[in-house]
Every structure is written in structure tokens, then in C-alpha cells.
Ligand binder design. Sequence first.
Ligand SMILES: [Zn+2]
Length: 241
Amino acid sequence: MDAPLARLVELQRLELKTRGLEEEIDSVPAELAAASDRLEAASKQAEAAKRAQERAVKQRREQELELKSLEDRLRRHAEQLMSVKTNEEYRALTNELAHERQRVSEIEDRILSAMEEADRLAAEASSAEAQVRQAESELGTDKGRLEAKRERLGRDRDALVAEAAALAAQLPEPLLGLYRKLAVVRGGVALAAIVDESCSACRLRIRPQVLSQLRSSDSVIQCESCQRILHFESETTGESA
Ligand SMILES: [Zn+2]
């Protein structure tokens, strides 16, 4: 087994794993923002429900005032009825009273349905409030959970970075330099395993003489197509990232 190459394979495995952790760490703020968004949406809904409820209460008060003034008029007209002098006056006042009684009954109906509506709105507002409290508590939990996740991932990443640095320090500089250069242009994947006598990255078939050269010597051979450093699968540690 070519020791530097095996180390390089391990280095790439560590660095790809580090990269994966970095991506996970970077996604934490978005997860937190999603929890904040849920709370904000719930708050807006609760606010709207509360305003609707307040409007309904205000409307009912106005209707109650209207009812009261109508009832006062009704009472005055009923008293006036006692002292009318002519039939004509009597008829006019009786008509007026009938009309006012009709209005009273209409307003009473409206107040009744407004009360039902107010009950419905109050239930809606309180359920919206409950949702806000739920979203708040979820946000609190999520914050704690995501902070812990970020810390854990950060520690894992630091450990990997340290491990990779120790490993890199053992590699010959030209090989490490080549690896770094290829990693930059090949999305972090500078090495390619040979699978079925082909480059596993670009599928180029490896010539038999290259294969035997790779088997017999410790030379570094790059894929003729994608330039990645070739290695046999057996040289991986077998552990997957
Ligand atoms: Zn290739």
C-alpha cells in the first residue's frame, strides 16, 4: 500500500466530512429564522383576531346606545298618547309608536347576533393567542436545540480540522500541493477511486499499463481526463463520510 496515497485518501475523507459539517452549521440560522417566521405569523394572526373582536365590541356598544335612545323616545311617545286631544293626533302617534317598536325589535335582533359574533371572535382570538404561546415555546426550544446543534457541529468540525492538519503535515509537500490545487478546481474531490478499471469520478477507462504502474509503484498518477489523483478502492479506510 502506498502510504502517502492512503493518507491522502484519508485526508480527503476528513476534509469532505468537514465540508459537510460546515454546510450543516451554515443551515442553522435558516432553521432558526423559520421558527421565528412561524412565531411572527402566529402573532400577526392573533393581532388581527384581537382587532376584529374589538371592532365587534365597539359596534355592540353603539347598537346598545341606539337602542337606549330609541326606548327613551318610545317611552315619551307612550306618555304623550295619554294627553292627545284629536283622533288624528292619536293615529299619528300610534303609527309612530308601532314604527319605533319595530325598530327596537330590529336592533335587539342585531345586538343578539352581534353577541354571538363576539363570542365566536373571542374564541378565535383566544385560540390565536394559544398558537402564539405555542410558537413562542417552540422557538425557545428550537433556539436551545439549534444552538446545541451548532456547538456540537462546531466541535466535530474543529476536531476534524485538527485531525486533517496533523495528517497533512505528514504528507510530502508536492503531493499535498497537487491535492490542494485539484481540490479547489474539482469541488473538494481531488482523488478518484478506480472502480471496474475506470476513474470513478469521470468514468474514463484506465489503460492497463497505467493500472499496473499504479499497482507496482508508489508514483502518483492522475486521471488523463479529469486530472484527479487515482487510487485503488482498497486504499480507503472503508469508513464512509
Ligand atoms: Zn477521471
